[in-house]
Design a protein around this ligand. Sequence first.
Ligand SMILES: [Mg+2]
Length: 485
Amino acid sequence: MPTYDENDLATQAPTEAPRTESVSQNTLPIPGESDDGPIEVPATRSSISEAHKYMHNLSVSPSMKERRGSRNSFGTALPIPRSKRQSRLSSVAYADGRPSRPGMPPIQPTRELLASQIQDMSAEKVTKAKDMAFVFDIDGVLVHGDRLIPEGKRTLEILNGDNELGIKIPHIFLTNGSGKPEAPRCEQLSKILGNPISTEQFIQSHTPMSALAEYYKTVLIVGGEGYRCREVAEQYGFKDIVVPNDIVAWDPTIAPYRVFTAEERASSRPRDFSQTNIEAIMVFSDSRDYATDMQIIMDLLRSENGRLGTMAKDPVSQRIPIYFSQGDLLCPSEHWTPRMSQGAFRIGLEAMYRALTGVDLERVVYGKPELATYKYADEVIASWMEVIHNEEKLPKNIYMIGDNPASDIVGGNMYGWNTCLVRTGVYQGEGNDDDNPASVGVFPNVLEAIKTAIKRELGEEFKFEFDEKINPVLHGDRSSAAAIE
Ligand SMILES: [Mg+2]
């Protein structure tokens, strides 16, 4: 029979701390302090959490190779689409065969002509303008949720051609946001920002995960509101998509605390999951029900090759891979302090997995600041260059504009981009961030950041306005003017 030894009982004896008046008013009473209160029984285990023994270091190990344990997964490799995602699906052609310009305002012949004349005469500046690009984080830089940050609108106007050259300065959007398809998200942002935003210049945390559709047939997609992430996965080309509700509808006992509504049952797609191998788990967005999602994920990770109703004999070789679309621990919201995000959910799973199996969970995390996401951004910038300037090339001077030193800035710095930190979002510190300083500097808002970057590349005198009344003939040299006439 187990017995308690001296040490067990002796731990955590409350010590009498010196008290001041003001502290004692706000201090909870310690059980057993008063003679007539409840009886104090010492704890038999330490009051300090044991999480450390279940945790493993995330991305700091110099060699990630040894982490590759499962035959099923890519280990340290994160597949991204090769290039030209969606193969210009969002482009539509005019009746006369001219391609439309996704994300661009309708063509205004006079202005276009005028701008091209001015660009003809400023070849050097034009080259420089095409050799720079901006990558914007969205939340905390251009918008707060559904609210516009006023300088965001003006920023995009300048980059869409309201500048002295009338030229489009390449820019894309790179967000750790998730949970709905790219098209409606771009539509919503276009409205808020009063500038067109194309799906072809837009990367959410799960966008590069479309590459995974080539590798796995049946996948569990976790997170997001309702069935929006099922929709996202369908658009990415996943063939057989399962969401947790499908599994709960098949066997409600799998999630004992879940209250499953009739409506949820009707909209789910149950099948006999004891006959299906789920090949991979993809957390696309924040879980709306940690208890159910964690239980189902854990059941699958511990199963034989993703077959519910089985238990793997070897937790490593029979384990299916799990992917997370991003790793942010916290996410700002209307609440006074940031709310837990996918990173917190993942760490919970890792600790549970370790506690239940004794081995570390192998997993892949996409999103900023992961290298794969930045490499994918390069592909998107080059391909967007072709859309706006007919040259599929990667500009040399890329500027990341973000509000979060721990994702936007550290990722940009590691990737060799110029980085600008803005103060309209999570970063509120004095001066530059100590741990991950932005290479170009800290700015009160996005407009100041892009103006500084453009002046660095195109000269201090560069004007942030297109002059409709300008007469290019009077501004160029004679030979160029003659050619236009
Ligand atoms: Mg942000």
